[in-house]
Design a protein around this ligand. Structure first.
Ligand code: DQA
Length: 153
């Protein structure tokens, strides 16, 4: 986990941004009780059953996420599932990095960002993502995976 060297062509990259390493402890009334490890394990089991290969990356550092996306770009990813956390609302750099990719990009949020504070209603990512899944808790990641799987059938 969290190394660039294990990226190979044709993977689906599951990227989580700042503070998402604190899931389970962080505002569970908003983000749920599951830890990121539990969410990722569930997703990995599902991917195994579907014959898909996932790579997981989480960072609290914008630049580290950009470096990871650049490494994925070089290998030719099959898809990206990304919960950018608060970078959703602020990061032109993240949008630009994701714009380089020609694969489908699923933007996922645990909470419904459109029901929350006005500053969360704007996503820098939505305009370049294939689609946005927001408000379905950890099921959103599964929905994104099922969508990406539907494209490979
Ligand atoms: C989030 C929503 C963002 O507004 C927030 O900054 C997060 C998590 C979500 O999953 O609901 O860190 O992306």
């Amino acid at each position: 986990m969290n190394t660039l060297s294990q990226i190979v062509p044709g993977m689906i990259h599951v990227i989580n941004g700042p503070n998402l390493n604190m899931l389970g402890k962080r505002e569970p009334d908003i983000y749920g009780a599951l830890t990121l490890d539990q969410i990722n394990a569930d997703l990995n089991a599902r991917a195994d059953a579907l014959g898909l290969v996932l790579d997981f990356f989480q960072s609290n550092h914008e630049g580290a996420i950009l470096d990871y996306i650049h490494a994925a770009f070089e290998q030719g990813p099959a898809g990206v599932i990304i919960n950018p956390g608060a970078l959703t609302h602020t990061s032109v750099a993240l949008r630009d990095a994701l714009s380089m990719l020609s694969c489908p990009i699923a933007e996922v949020h645990l909470s419904n960002i459109h029901k929350r504070e006005p500053f969360r209603h704007t996503s820098m990512i939505a305009g370049i993502a294939t689609g946005q899944i927001t408000g379905f808790g950890h099921y959103g990641y599964r929905m994104a995976l099922d969508y990406l799987h539907s494209l490979s059938c």
